[in-house]
Ligand binder design. Structure first.
Ligand code: SF4
Length: 355
């Protein structure tokens, strides 16, 4: 039994980041303010990217004070920020319940502007063996404000427009489907991020891929295939036992047919596991039926307790060249932020291990 005095729960103010225009209109009406104030609030939060009510200079001071008593603009508290020598920024955020998530801001010379990698869950249940987040286990889904505010916070911190969003941070986005879709709609309609500039990366949750296909959104679906056959994939992606490769390919064919969109196949190269000549040819054959680009990601060694290694440069180049013969566009993902903890789940993992 604890002898410490019980503490009153800390009141968490409601977040305005994450609310739609309609929700802001209802909120403003409840406060006895004219409805056009909602449009102004919406503009300040999503377009002008204000982080404090004081910045909202066309709102009456008394209204701003009332807002500050009851609301915040986002719940994220910065716990740590690292900036790499290549400009990659990694943010570790503490949520109102003390959980930690991360977001990574990257700038690629060959891509249109800045890209942000966003988390969708605290931890992850999918448990891919090569992934730091998998080691955390699943804690909870992120709320819509927690997802949307990663974008707003980082863009405000950068002071420049962030044009691309990839859901490739902590968590399996399609296992937080409703909040993910609500957040994407807000980012698109309110924060004005083009739908074609939003990427969802999934490990292959087939029922949710089918559901997403019905939405017919113009976003990019990226699928972490990482192996061309079940024997190889089962070794490091336990989810493959539930949704094996042939079923996944079938669901991707259906997705492409319904949406008419090209997808991206992600393939992490693990030395001695999925990087052989045979794997390259099997991957080429397997993806023949898909309208897709293939992105090769040499494994990023992230600690002593992992069994995986990055293939040699020679092996990576040979894999790429063999695969390219099958007519798909094959790219090698340039690594960002290698001098900071910029692999998926690394910063949050490090922080939780140190707590
Ligand atoms: S790679 Fe993605 S899906 Fe797999 S454990 Fe990590 S966060 Fe989850």
């Amino acid at each position: 039994m604890s002898c410490s005095p019980s503490l009153a729960p800390i009141e968490v103010l409601d977040s305005l980041a994450g609310k739609t225009l309609g929700e802001l209109q209802a909120l403003v009406a409840d406060m006895g303010e004219p409805v056009f104030r909602a449009q102004q609030l919406h503009h300040w939060i999503y377009v002008k990217n204000a982080r404090t009510f004081d910045e909202m200079t066309n709102l009456a001071k008394s209204f701003r004070e009332k807002l500050a008593q009851h609301f915040t603009i986002g719940h994220l508290e910065l716990a740590e920020k690292q900036i790499s020598s290549d400009g990659t920024r990694k943010y570790l955020f503490r949520l109102s319940d003390g959980q930690l998530i991360e977001s990574v801001l990257m700038h690629f010379k060959d891509r249109d502007g800045y890209s942000i990698c966003i988390s969708s869950q605290v931890g992850c249940a999918v448990d891919c063996s090569f992934c730091a987040t998998g080691k955390l286990g699943f804690k909870r889904n992120l709320t819509v404000p927690e997802i949307v505010d990663q974008y707003l916070y980082v863009q405000a911190d950068l002071g420049k427009e962030v044009r691309n969003i990839v859901f490739m941070g902590q968590g399996e986005p399609l296992l937080n489907y409703d909040n993910l879709l609500a957040a994407i709609r807000l980012l698109n309609q309110s924060a004005e991020v083009g739908m074609r500039h939003i990427t969802i990366s999934t490990s292959g949750i087939i029922p949710r891929i089918s559901q997403l296909a019905q939405e017919k959104l113009q976003l990019v679906l990226a699928v972490s295939l990482h192996a061309p056959d079940n024997d190889t994939r089962n070794q490091f992606m336990p989810i493959n036992k539930k949704w094996p490769v042939e079923q996944l390919i079938q669901s991707l064919q259906d997705y492409i047919r319904l949406c008419g969109r090209r997808i991206t196949i992600e393939y992490i190269l693990l030395a001695g596991i999925n990087d052989s000549r045979e794997h390259a040819h099997r991957l080429g054959q397997l993806t023949q039926s898909l309208k897709c680009n293939i992105n090769l990601i040499p494994y990023n060694p992230i600690g002593q307790d992992y069994d995986f290694k990055r293939p040699s440069l020679e092996t990576i180049e040979a894999f790429k060249s063999r695969l390219s013969r099958y007519g798909k566009k094959v790219t090698l993902r340039m690594e960002r932020g290698t001098d900071i903890d910029a692999a998926c789940g690394q910063l949050a993992n490090q922080a939780s291990l140190n707590r």
